[in-house]
Design a protein around this ligand. Structure first.
Ligand SMILES: Cc1cc2nc3c(=O)[nH]c(=O)nc-3n(C[C@H](O)[C@H](O)[C@H](O)COP(=O)(O)O)c2cc1C
Length: 362
């Protein structure tokens, strides 16, 4: 991995960071980062899904005092771009998640620290300058899950993002290249936590024998709800009925996500899922959407379809690998600037003003 993190002057869009990161990162890391599950159908659909939605321009609007600001779980944010939880930032930069956090804080982007971070929660919390959330993978033993919650609370996390859509995975791109973590990089926060109990039963496949034995269930959601006062966002919801049930169970927000096409290949694009979840939940909790967000116009479309904010996954690692903290900050700044252009050209002077009117209707 190159140690030179100067940003070349021709980097003007997120696709430039993707291209440069692919050149800089080892092939094995790129396979892990840029790949999707199975044949990558959902991952590809995430990207084209936003492109397929066309916009309707709006002219002569009064844009004086226009703002991209919003309030989310008590946080006054300058813009709706959040950093999605991504494991092992040390694969892209020697300072890992701490470097990403510097870039996030510089641009007021809420960062989400993964359970599978390569930085200890406490070390992260002690240097994080801006508000951050903790992404929780429920562990096989409740005491381990509770320990992660307490550590995140103690380190200053402002919300929990409970990811429930990836208890098992099928990643052929990683298998083909033989992806493995290099020595010294790993999930430092779950060391010593009990692996799932495996109950051998004749006729059951490897996936059913492993994590599925202990993957979280609806009753665990109720238990986690009772275990913390932090807002809980459920990440990985794609079925409207699940969203309704989660709200009834007391969760505070839904992250409409197909895990960047890395979990169940065959799920629709996030752009297709979002309006269904928005219709079913009818504004009862904030929706955050991720998957294929690469342009300010993608953000505008997501907000028009019911999202309060968006998250970006792979682009933060592309930017981190290319430009370190400055790269992350630049990436967020690009998205924000693009969103402002999109709002100006559709005549929206606030996020609240973004409605389905900005979408072209056939
Ligand atoms: C390399 C990689 C690692 C990820 N690790 C996590 C994780 O640890 N926890 C999690 O909830 N989601 C994880 N995700 C999913 C992201 O949070 C997010 O849903 C997805 O990347 C959004 O799609 P995008 O990459 O197209 O922006 C990961 C995604 C990638 C690409």
């Amino acid at each position: 991995m190159s140690q030179d993190f100067a940003i070349p002057p021709d980097v003007v869009a997120l696709s430039d960071y993707a291209r440069l990161a692919q050149k800089r990162l080892p092939a094995m890391v790129s396979a892990w980062l840029d790949g999707g599950a199975g044949d990558g159908v959902t991952h590809a659909a995430n990207l084209t899904g936003w492109d397929r939605i066309r916009l309707a321009g709006g002219v002569l609007a009064d844009m004086r005092g226009a703002s991209t600001g919003l309030s989310l779980y008590g946080l006054a944010l300058d813009h709706p771009v959040l950093l999605a939880p991504v494991a092992y930032h040390h694969l892209a930069h020697p300072e890992g998640e701490i470097e990403t956090a510097l870039g996030a804080a510089a641009t007021g982007a809420v960062m989400t620290l993964s359970t599978l971070a390569s930085t200890r929660i406490e070390d992260f919390g002690s240097v994080a300058q801006g508000p951050w959330w903790f992404q929780l993978y429920a562990q096989a033993r409740r005491e381990d899950t509770e320990s992660l919650i307490r550590r995140a609370e103690g380190a200053g996390a402002r919300a929990l993002v409970l990811t429930v859509d990836a208890p098992v995975k099928l990643r052929n791109t990683e298998e083909r290249i033989g992806f493995r973590l290099p020595d010294g990089i790993g999930a430092v926060n779950t060391i010593g936590m009990a692996p799932p109990r495996v109950t051998a039963m004749p006729g059951r496949s490897a996936a059913f024998l492993g994590l599925l034995e202990t993957q979280p269930r609806w009753e665990d959601l109720a238990w986690i709800r009772a275990a913390t006062r932090l807002p809980i966002l459920l990440k990985g919801v794609t079925r409207p009925a699940d969203a309704i049930r989660a709200i009834a169970a007391g969760i505070d927000g839904i992250i409409v996500s197909n895990h960047g096409g890395r979990a169940l290949d065959g799920l629709p694009a996030s752009a297709e899922i979002l309006p269904r979840i928005a219709e079913a939940t009818a504004g009862r909790v904030p929706l955050i959407c991720d998957g294929g967000i690469r342009r300010g116009t993608d953000i505008l479309k997501a907000l028009a379809l019911g999202a309060a904010a968006v998250m970006v996954g792979r682009p933060q690692i592309h930017a981190l690998a290319t430009g370190g903290a400055s790269g992350v900050a630049h990436m967020v700044t690009i998205l924000r600037a693009e969103l402002e252009v999109a709002m100006a050209l559709t005549g929206c002077n606030s996020l609240a003003a973004i409605s389905r009117d900005v979408l072209w209707q056939d």
